[in-house]
Design a binder for this molecule. Structure first.
Ligand code: IMP
Length: 202
């Protein structure tokens, strides 16, 4: 029997790990993550771009275990705020901000703004380090707008305020399976997947 190839997902975030595992579940790749190691690196997101941070996460895991790994970083970009909070999305309302704090701050910033000012997108950058230590980068987005109040209780982060016009729902009103077919992470993963499969199954 051939052994399944292993891929470490370089995140401590259970929500993201669940989404990425769901998207990869049709493959025979064995997913490893922080919970499979006692000394998993806790990486500070000190980069100035999503790509910097995705690489920081993936590289730190590669340096430690020398196993193929996937790091990602996501930002919410609001056109009216010139792309903010972007790379600072997790800390938008302060260093210890909760998901709710961040959503509330955003709703406050956009209060009484018109629909055009509410245009937004999630952008995910995925960094894959292959078995030879070479890096590969892919990016995925989803377009939407910030609504006036939180709606829905699924998902995480800014999902309750991110409305997807094509679906007439916020991301938090979608079941995981529905979000995972159209999400920024899904779109980035679809782009990097052929490289992962080629490098892991060669
Ligand atoms: P991270 O650095 O990739 O963990 O993402 C930064 C922040 O963006 C997170 O703390 C969340 O607030 C937000 N975020 C990332 N992905 C999503 C998503 O799929 N939905 C809603 N918010 C997200």
């Amino acid at each position: 029997m051939t052994k399944s190839p292993r891929l470490i997902i370089a995140t401590n975030n259970h929500d993201k790990l669940a989404e990425i595992s769901d998207i990869l579940k049709g493959t025979n790749i064995e997913i490893l993550s922080a919970k499979d190691f006692s000394d998993f690196p806790d990486v500070e997101e000190t980069g100035e771009t999503l790509t910097d941070n995705a690489l920081l996460k993936a590289r730190s895991v590669w340096e430690k275990y020398h196993l193929p790994c996937l790091g990602d970083d996501t930002g919410l970009e609001i056109d009216f705020l010139n792309g903010a909070p972007g790379v600072y999305s997790s800390r938008y309302a302060g260093p210890d901000a909760t998901y709710d704090d961040n959503c509330n701050k955003l709703l406050g910033e956009l209060k009484s703004r018109n629909p055009a000012s509410r245009r937004a997108r999630f952008r995910t950058v995925m960094a894959f380090i292959d078995p030879d230590g070479h890096q590969h980068i892919a990016e995925g987005t989803i377009e939407g707008e910030i609504i006036h109040e939180k709606r829905g209780s699924n998902g995480f982060g800014y999902d309750p305020v991110f409305y997807v016009p094509d679906k007439n729902k916020t991301l938090a009103e979608m079941e995981a399976a529905e979000k995972n077919k159209i999400s920024h992470r899904h779109n980035a993963l679809v782009k990097i997947m052929p490289v992962i499969l080629m490098k892991l199954l060669k």
